[in-house]
Design a protein around this ligand. Sequence first.
Ligand code: UDX
Length: 438
Amino acid sequence: MRIVMIGSGYVGLVSGACLADFGHHITCVDKSEAKIDALERGEVPIFEPGLDAIIEHNRAAGRLDFSKDLAAPVADADVVFIAVGTPSRRGDGHADLSYVYAAAREIAAAVSGFTVVVTKSTVPVGTGDEIERIFREEFPGKDIAVVSNPEFLREGAAITDFKRPDRIVIGTEDARATEVMREVYRPLYLNEAPLYFCERRTSELIKYAANAFLAMKITFINEIADLCEQIGADVQKVAKGIGMDKRIGDKFLHAGPGYGGSCFPKDTLALVKTAQDYDSPMRLIETTVAINDNRKRAMGRKVIAACGGSVRGKKIAVLGLTFKPNTDDMRDAPSITIIQALLDGGATVHAYDPEGMEAAKEMLGTVTYGTDPYEIAEGADAIVLVTEWDEFRALDFKRLKTAMKNPVVVDLRNVYPVTEITRHGFSHFAVGKKTEKR
Ligand code: UDX
């Protein structure tokens, strides 16, 4: 089967490489010459564990190639996925669909014979209808079916998520497109991943509803965490206690500094806007968005409180900058707001992140970057864990204590057992737990 992926960003590259691994022939297209040149040189422009090996293997096998030109590969394709960006539109929070529609027009101009065009990018409800209208009115005579097939990949675990998905959602009522999509995902179907067919609009909404629900679940536990701190309960134990109820489930109940990343902030906002447009407001999600926005700045205040109420002239060591571990993605990372609050309070901030420092340099103010946790802890008044990278889990607290000026640990991801911290003489501040002062 010949498949073209329009957009070689995060979603396009991961999906393209994994589909090639299933034995399809994939061409990943991108307008960015620099990106395609790099991919052709064997360089992978994003950090995703395992992706470089899959790309290399499938290129060598002749199943995966890259192109700046869209027309030639699309003319030969059975299926064309649109995996271009849908950022929040400046000003109103709606998803910006200009790249999607531009890609759709270029695809329609190039197709020959029956072709299935699939939206993989997260697109608001009705986008498939609009693409179909464009095809019908501007490209009459072209035989194209428009399908929705949202991705549910988590950064850092994207390869596993693609190959072992909980489900594959496919929105189409077209019989020919249904058969083609079955063929695309046949290798997964044999792995018993359920293919869930529904109407296109329903499929588009499933993606937003899933992300909004997960963002709401995180926000719920974050508010429970705040309450735990006031009443002397432990949020991790509350999460475990409620998570054992199968109706609730134990995933996405880790309290922390607020959700970030390329999806939750953008998709919750877009769902809120869509719901308002349809005069069916989603107050739960409006509130989720507002609580999460406030939370990031509140985490800055939490650090300031841990430092005795002021950070003026103090040195704060920040461990982890990306919105979560195993990615170099800094989009909407809580670290950005937390660090800004610390800088506003007059602190000097030293930071270290295994993968995110290049991207962080363009987004953060005056921050000094170190080469490891011990270097940035030298003379520090507090260590703040913002992103739970594995390499931060087993730190040598004895060594840190000797290096630091004041032994204060603020653990915004609840990774350190309190006894491990306090037995080395640190004050310990976590999320949704009792503070232990030394
Ligand atoms: C998410 C969805 O999980 C995925 O299905 C969708 O396709 C894209 O958006 P991603 O943004 O890569 O994936 O990361 P995810 O692991 O979901 O985490 C998102 C944010 O929530 C991170 O900032 C993370 O730290 C935070 N989070 C997650 C919590 O604070 N607590 C949790 O329990 C889980």
